[in-house]
Ligand binder design. Sequence first.
Ligand code: ADP
Length: 304
Amino acid sequence: MHNRVAVVGSLNIDLVIELDRMPNPGETVFGTRLERHPGGKGLNQAVAAARLESEVHMIGAVGDDGSGDWLKDVVTREGIRSDGIATARGTSGTALIEVDASGENRIIVIPGANDQVSPADVADHLKALSAVDVILTQGEVPIEVMIAAAETGKKIGAQVVVNPAPVRDYPKELLTNVDILVPNEHEAQELTGMPTSNMVDAVEAAQALQERGPGCVIITRGEKGAVWSSAEGSGQAAAFKVSAVDTVAAGDAFCGGLAAGLARGVSLAEALRWASAAGAIAATGRGAVPSLPSLAQVTELLER
Ligand code: ADP
């Protein structure tokens, strides 16, 4: 094992606008605050794995607007290799998030450059990296890109971890090349049409998903922990008890933590503990990237 993770996924700029109340159609209102944050499930999960001190290579695309350079800077400042990030013509992936005084939000996402990632470039880049242990991808890039990542992963002997978020019509060609599929309970329910709210049901849903091709399925269930199903059987990973303030990016921390653990060659059970600790700590901090824990924080929680 080389502790090397390649993340094939989205990079977004999140523009968060706070305002007293949402405008009606045709109306103009004043906002009270504008913040700019890095986001996208690909970027979040890459940062999560990098903070756990894996060597992380980000593969994706940003636009040739100012946001693209800013996103690449964010990535390199986290110690993530950015040679796999192409610059496409047009806008970077952008999420416009409006939050009113009651906390209600409205979100518009422009996939932008994330939709322009090329499957052939992804395959070439992955083959050129030597000894990748884990390839991690999510549903915010084209399905053909996810398939290229998974198929190449199989060829080069990497473990392929897929976070099927958001839920899309994921084809067999993808699922049969997945080693570990990691939906949350809502995604698992949408993918299977089966209930997932109690543990027994969640295990059954994991088994049903596993029958579609993945070697292992892990369903994350927030403060209720996670369940898994694989050829070896099934089981659960308890959540760590923390006081949660904002669970945004808990799932991203979990996926990044899982990838980082696996890239170090620990067992699935141990990687699940890393993932659960990373998810729990992310739930104790506000925002996405700012809440992603360091290796020291995860180690401290694991030893507690
Ligand atoms: P998502 O962010 O995709 O909805 P989850 O909420 O299922 O994902 O969280 C992923 C994982 O993070 C959980 O399986 C759990 O291990 C951990 N986690 C999330 N929320 C909490 C919490 N409130 N307390 C402890 N652990 C949590």
